[in-house]
Design a protein around this ligand. Structure first.
Ligand code: ATP
Length: 330
């Protein structure tokens, strides 16, 4: 039945994983790609159709042409960057996920409240310079990929760095000293269960190189890649509990059944084995690309290779079978 549906996404980020997963689950696949990248996407036999555009801003016109086909759009981490928040919300094609979550994900204050009210550990935030306990990280609003962040360890430096922000908004946050771990979850609204499908750590320049230097330089947090990681098994129950708390809170805060589908908690683990959640991504994250053939965690749950991309397609397939597509599409 699902071969009547086409799974579609934008050619970037985790499109290959999403479309391979959709193909493996028996869907037709479509990628909307920049014209200059058509030849790249043609390399992959699991992509049935490619629509070329000069810019992703042409999406609304493409959408109009596709409206009579049975298309399901899977958003990924580049959707907001390419289409903007409003572009995402205005999308008329069936969209996997809850668009209401976008408001909470992309507003730093709302996201902070969501995480804090979930009852998970988050870094402290300081309103007054007088109260600051060092070290802290100053984050500009709307920063991407850790650009525009400053790590400071004394009051003089803090005052100097704050001046750089001029009229721009920022937050002063406790700098959590520990190792980072990005946990990739999937919450199924059909079975009401949470799965951990995989984990990664980010490789960031230059912060991940600082241990090699005998002198001090200012860290930056520009992501260049991701590597796989497994967590001590004794900490895994806590990782599940955090995901469950965040989902539960979202169901109270966000209309249309809150958060579902893939999401990622970006955590830092301190030497006393405490998780601090620094951010949530309410969609498929690029770190899942490591696990197109599944991960140690998905292997524990499924007897076949299960990437996050394939898990999304599986959810859609199950929803079609149970006549519950309405539950998972916006
Ligand atoms: P993206 O949207 O791509 O996730 P971003 O610009 O929102 O990036 P964050 O993920 O919030 O950035 O942070 C970037 C990096 O900065 C993190 O991976 C982490 O290394 C570091 N970082 C952020 N907040 C903290 C904190 N409170 N303590 C320690 N390190 C932090």
């Amino acid at each position: 039945m699902n071969d009547q549906y086409t799974i579609c996404t934008l050619g970037s980020h985790s499109a290959l994983q999403i479309l391979k997963g959709a193909h493996d689950e028996g869907f037709k696949t479509l990628v909307i790609a920049l014209n200059k990248q058509i030849s790249f996407y043609k390399r992959y036999s699991f992509i049935d159709e490619i629509i070329g555009v000069n810019s992703f801003s042409e999406f609304p016109e493409i959408e109009e042409k596709l409206k009579n086909k049975k298309i399901i759009v899977i958003p990924h981490g580049s959707f907001v960057a390419y289409l903007g928040m409003e572009g995402n919300k205005k999308m008329t094609l069936p969209y996997f996920g809850n668009k209401k979550v976008l408001d909470f994900e992309f507003d730093r204050i709302k996201q902070g409240e969501w995480l804090k009210e979930s009852g998970i550990n988050t870094p402290k935030e300081f309103k007054n310079i007088e109260d600051v306990e060092f070290p802290v990280i100053i984050k500009s609003f709307g920063a991407a990929g850790g650009k525009g962040y400053y790590l400071v360890n004394d009051k003089q430096d803090l005052t100097n760095k704050i001046k750089l922000f001029k009229n721009q908004k920022y937050v002063i946050q406790q700098y959590v000293v520990g190792v980072s771990l990005y946990i990739h979850y999937f919450y199924s609204p059909l079975t009401k269960t949470l799965e951990i499908l995989s984990m990664d750590r980010r490789y960031e320049t230059n912060v991940d190189a600082l241990g090699r230097l005998p002198f001090r330089v200012d860290p930056s947090y520009v992501v260049v890649g991701n590597s796989p990681l497994v967590l001590r098994e004794s900490m895994l129950p806590e990782a599940y509990a955090m995901g469950e708390k965040v989902v539960k809170k979202s169901q109270e805060l966000i209309s249309h059944q809150g958060l579902f589908g893939p999401f990622c908690l970006e955590t830092i683990i301190t030497p006393d084995q405490k998780f601090y959640v620094i951010e949530i991504s309410a969609r498929i994250v690029a770190g899942t690309n490591l696990f197109i053939e599944g991960s140690p965690y998905s292997d524990l749950l499924f007897d076949e290779p299960m990437s996050t991309g394939r898990r999304i397609a599986r959810e859609i397939k199950n929803a079609i079978k149970d006549n519950k597509l309405d539950l998972i599409l916006d």
